[in-house]
Design a protein around this ligand. Structure first.
Ligand SMILES: Cc1cc2nc3c(=O)[nH]c(=O)nc-3n(C[C@H](O)[C@H](O)[C@H](O)COP(=O)(O)OP(=O)(O)OC[C@H]3O[C@@H](n4cnc5c(N)ncnc54)[C@H](O)[C@@H]3O)c2cc1C
Length: 454
């Protein structure tokens, strides 16, 4: 059955799809916009780890449909089963059709699964974005004693921390890289995160991979490379995500080097009328333009805003992925934007760093004082900022956003050293020792002293 024609049809109702649809309506108010998503209710995916501890019910992380209604976007709940590129139609649930002038594919990603023996045993989960699977996992965790979280990225760390709060007795994170959060933070920050996890009772095993999940009907043990055995009545895999590209592939759209839908800087596919954005779309790094597999809600929203604006003519351009995020583990917040020192070196930069730490209030006796540590990474030859890492109180979540803007605008050590910052005893560290500024000054000193040695 032909349902209706929409000037703009967006497939996907999460970060990328919503921001593309809202932007399309804002920038092209006379165009009709329809959002097609397969689930009745979309969850705030970044909030998912918190439903295991801090947030009591999944209902509290549902994105309200009023966001669509307020923006005059038509919602259709159903699965896109085929894109008919010849006739500009999308097939819904195998039998209905919606026509389009412009199509945005924002079908997102699904959790990756480690293909080791036993991955399909009962009791082995991934962090799905589907309500029914999460409810099943929540139920399982209520009766679990021994939980193994595979993958110590920010999602694995958050899930472990939340399950600990919920009272799961023994939790072990197994990470095959040398440190948890190692993709995002240099060792000195990652080690702190690991120490916080361990102090709170979460065991951390790094530099070792999982070879099998054994048991009878359900999982009982996780076997590690080298033969160590970790008891487990539940396993949660947090080992990354895979772009949902089946629909695009069937429509003949090309995929890029990371397996996501190939797009240009305007988020347009090779088909003039079809755009893609978010986790399902291919990305390049802001730093040198290499393919990037980073998938974040903030990037999805940014790409959605680019796609939505460009549907009927170019208005915005994607500058590439910077990668800014924050997380909180055991009450300490960590945040980063851009490259770590280790990643900068691996990318081929000759870099210089500066570190500063101190209280985040002045004087330090002010209520709410927490210690704040900042590390900035700069390119040595021109002083341009490449990355920043923060550890401290919750304000680091916004401080890193400021640094992401600096990275985007390629600011230099001197630009940051003379920042005109706003400070207040109740809110920030002292203007005399403001850590971001101090870290830039320290980087300058380090650059000068390394020049003297040359
Ligand atoms: C547990 C967890 C925590 C996270 N925390 C953070 C965080 O703190 N910060 C951060 O920046 N990022 C975080 N992320 C990453 C972030 O959630 C993703 O990058 C983001 O959700 C991607 O948004 P998206 O719209 O591209 O895709 P998705 O969120 O995957 O949404 C895809 C949408 O497409 C729909 N869809 C798919 N196929 C079809 C079809 N055929 N027909 C109709 N509809 C379809 C889906 O139903 C869904 O609505 C987290 C991810 C997880 C899993």
């Amino acid at each position: 059955m032909f349902l209706h024609h929409s000037d703009v049809l967006v497939i996907g109702g999460s970060s990328a799809g919503l921001s593309a649809a809202i932007t399309a309506k804002r920038q092209h108010p006379n165009k009709s916009v329809t959002l097609l998503r397969k689930e009745k209710e979309t969850l705030v995916s970044c909030g998912i780890p918190y439903v295991f501890g801090t947030i009591s019910s999944l209902g509290e992380i549902v994105i309200p449909n009023s966001l669509l209604e307020n923006n005059k976007i038509k919602l259709v709940v159903g699965e896109a089963t085929k894109i008919d590129v010849e006739n500009f139609m999308v097939e819904v649930d195998g039998h209905d059709q919606i026509g389009y002038d412009r199509l945005v594919i924002a079908t997102g990603s699904r959790p990756a699964m480690l293909p080791v023996p036993g991955f399909d045993r009962s009791g082995v989960f991934t962090i799905s974005k589907e309500m029914s699977v999460l409810l099943e996992l929540k139920q399982k965790l209520r009766n679990s004693r021994d939980l193994v979280v595979i993958g110590g990225g920010f999602i694995g760390a958050e899930v472990a921390d939340e399950c600990r709060k919920a009272g799961v007795k023994r939790i072990t994170i197994v990470e095959d890289q040398s440190h948890c959060l190692g993709q995002w933070f240099d060792d000195e920050f990652a080690l702190n995160a690991e120490a916080i996890l361990e102090k709170s009772g979460v065991a951390v095993k790094t530099g070792v991979s999982v070879t099998e999940m054994s048991g009878d009907a359900g999982v009982k043990e996780v076997i590690l490379e080298g033969g160590d055995v970790v008891p487990a009545d539940a396993v949660i895999m947090c080992v990354g995500s895979v772009a949902n590209t089946d629909l695009a592939k069937k429509a003949g759209l090309a995929l890029g080097p990371t397996g996501a839908i190939s797009v240009n800087r305007y988020m347009r596919t090779a088909n003039e009328r079809i755009f893609a954005c978010g986790d399902c779309a291919e990305k390049v790094s802001f730093f040198g333009g290499r393919p990037s597999a980073i998938k974040l809600a903030s990037i999805s929203c940014s790409e959605g805003r680019i796609a939505g604006a460009n549907l009927f003519g170019v208005r915005r351009e994607n500058i590439g992925t910077i990668g800014a995020l924050g997380t909180t583990i055991g009450g300490t917040s960590f945040a980063c934007a851009g490259l770590t020192e280790q990643a900068a070196i691996a990318t081929g930069y000759d870099c210089v760093t500066g570190v500063a730490q101190g209280p985040n209030r002045h004087p330090a006796c002010m209520p709410g004082m927490e210690m704040l540590k900042v590390k900035l990474v700069f390119e040595k030859r021109n002083g341009v900022i490449l990355g920043s890492q923060f550890m401290g109180g919750s304000s680091v979540g916004e401080m890193v956003n400021m640094m992401s803007a600096c990275i985007q605008k390629k600011m230099t050590i001197d630009d940051i050293a003379v920042f005109q910052i706003g400070t207040h005893p109740c809110l920030t560290s002292s203007p005399l020792t403001y850590q971001t500024v101090d870290a830039a000054e320290m980087a300058l000193l380090n650059a000068l002293s390394s020049k003297e040695k040359e």
